[in-house]
Design a protein around this ligand. Structure first.
Ligand SMILES: [Zn+2]
Length: 206
């Protein structure tokens, strides 16, 4: 619907998540690499030539990286706490064409550090790449209250990231952005975080 202009952007409230599922195996609660499959579908079935994926789940998107390792038409960015499950995601893992950017974040760091990485690394790279569609692996487990990780992001940090990525989509691809739920394991905060994420998407929906 987003590619057909029937929706400005979209959010997929789905479980299980997908970004840990590799080419040959499921892992980390994930059965299929949903966002990687969506990006490949956009290329192969819908004729796009450049798709960007931004993964701000607190864990490394190892499955997305594995599936897209040799795919130069898809630019993949993953920010994640390191060290943490699944153990991969070092800066020197760059894909066969240098199209993958891993941004490790230290335990206990706040959203301020992520905002800097977004502004200084991801957004300029999106400007250079000029994607025709942006996909988000939207995990909310970097929140300070999440039991499976140790970053200290606040709700405002997720809103900041969402808004900046929507602005990048407006700049490069008529606002075309699709966000898919990944992790988020504190059920008392997940709903509110997702609601503010969707609200920010709606504010930017043409
Ligand atoms: Zn996660």
């Amino acid at each position: 619907m987003v590619l057909d202009g029937e929706a400005g952007n979209a959010f997929l409230a789905m479980r299980p998540p997908g970004h840990h599922a590799e080419r040959e195996r499921s892992m980390g609660f994930c059965l299929f690499g949903t966002v990687a499959i969506a990006a490949l579908h956009a290329l192969e079935a819908r004729g796009l030539s450049r798709v960007a994926i931004v993964d701000f789940d607190v864990h490394h998107g190892n499955g997305t990286q594995d599936i897209l390792w040799d795919e130069p038409r898809i630019r993949f960015f993953s920010s994640h706490e390191m060290p943490l499950f699944p153990g991969s995601g070092a800066e020197n893992e760059r894909g066969a064409h240098g199209q993958i950017t891993n941004i490790p974040l230290p335990a206990q760091s706040t959203g301020t550090l992520y905002r800097q990485k977004l502004d200084q690394i991801i957004l300029p790279a999106l400007d250079e790449f000029e994607p025709e569609l942006i996909l988000l692996s939207a995990g909310f487990d970097a929140h300070k209250g999440d039991p499976l990780a140790n970053l200290n992001w606040e709700e405002g940090d997720f809103i900041y990231a969402t808004a900046k990525l929507c602005e990048a989509a407006q700049k490069h691809c008529q606002g075309r952005l699709v966000s898919a739920l990944e992790g988020g394991y504190n059920l008392s905060t997940l709903g509110g975080l997702v609601c503010s994420h969707v609200g920010t998407l709606q504010e930017h929906s043409a």
